[in-house]
Unconditional design. Structure first.
Length: 281
């Protein structure tokens, strides 16, 4: 995973309603609807009390990160707040304030935990299935076809598994041959590709790499659909003007993590405000 910069997320909170309205118009789905589809969450969302804890370890805080995550969560009707204190003190504060779900991230892992039960969601997984669900929506009623997954890290692997289960013919490629092989061996129905040939031949692509601007205008057509969680974006400005590209740096992954937790809690019959958490102490 690449570490986000303040500039990547600066406008997210203020633009969420407009962004969501534009998505509903173009894809027929809001971010919440895509996130729910991705993790199979049909439950009514009662709004779990959710703490976002700033973590100062590693390379330190990313300006505005916790506030933006909290905004995204409130946009999908969680009852989110950022703890006043960071790190361990923040974790204690979250418990004392009755948090039922806790979000925290360092330079390598972004995770959500429930204080109710042994339930958690990893951002790599949630982002992978979230963008895979978006690509499935972009494909519309067309019969599932060949999809190329670029990048075999946690995000690409989760997207590959989702799309394979959805009936797509999934090919995975990583510049690291061992990772390509490993992913194809581990994920049912997924084929490894050492050489992918002409990108233009793939109607559907997931860019789950860390590479910037490597998908050029000659690699796409007006029919190419790309779901691109990769940060930075692998699609150049010129290619963006031709292909249909779905990209956002944080929003869908965070919502998919939240609904992944909500869904797991529902399976355990745990509702918001259930005894044991969700009450200020
Ligand atoms: N948009 C979001 O909400 C969101 C959330 C999480 C992660 N991300 C981003 O998604 C991407 C994938 O995350 P990850 O945790 O799986 O990362 P990762 O670093 O574990 O995996 C990325 C893989 O891409 C491979 N790669 C790099 N350039 C490539 C290329 N040109 N072609 C094929 N493979 C290439 C690398 O070898 C690596 O295995 C990263 O850019 C990460 O920052 C975005």
């Amino acid at each position: 995973m690449s570490r986000l910069h303040e500039n990547d997320i600066i406008g997210i909170a203020g633009q969420l309603p407009q962004y969501d309205a534009a998505l509903k118009k173009s894809l027929g789905y809001t971010l919440e609807e895509i996130a729910r589809k991705a993790v199979g969450c049909r439950e009514h969302n009662p709004g779990f009390r959710t703490a976002v804890i700033p973590i100062t370890g590693g390379m330190g805080l990313i300006g505005g990160f916790s506030r933006t995550v909290s905004h995204i969560l409130n946009h999908c009707r969680a009852r989110a707040f950022v703890t006043d204190e960071p790190d361990v003190a923040g974790l204690q504060e979250a418990y004392k304030k009755g948090a039922e779900i806790i979000f925290l991230a360092d330079d390598f892992i972004c995770s959500a935990f429930s204080t109710h039960s042994c339930v958690f969601s990893d951002n790599g997984y949630a982002t992978g299935v979230g963008f895979a669900a978006a690509l499935e929506i972009m494909a519309g009623k067309a019969p599932p076809a060949e999809v190329l997954i670029l990048g075999a890290g946690p995000v690409g692997s989760a997207a590959a598994a989702y799309l394979s289960q959805a009936g797509f013919d999934v090919i995975i490629h990583d510049t690291d041959e061992e990772k390509t092989r490993c992913a194809a061996n581990k994920i049912a129905g997924v084929k490894a590709a050492g050489n992918i040939g002409d990108l233009k031949n793939y109607p559907y692509i997931v860019d789950a790499t860390t590479a910037s601007g490597f998908i050029n205008p000659e690699d796409v057509t007006a029919a190419t659909k790309i779901a691109a969680p990769g940060m930075p974006l692998g699609v150049t400005e010129e290619a963006l003007a031709i292909a249909c590209v779905f990209h956002n740096p944080l929003e869908l992954g965070i919502m998919a993590m939240y609904f992944d937790c909500v869904h797991q809690l529902a399976l355990l019959n745990i509702k918001s405000g259930t005894e044991g958490a969700g009450h200020e102490r």
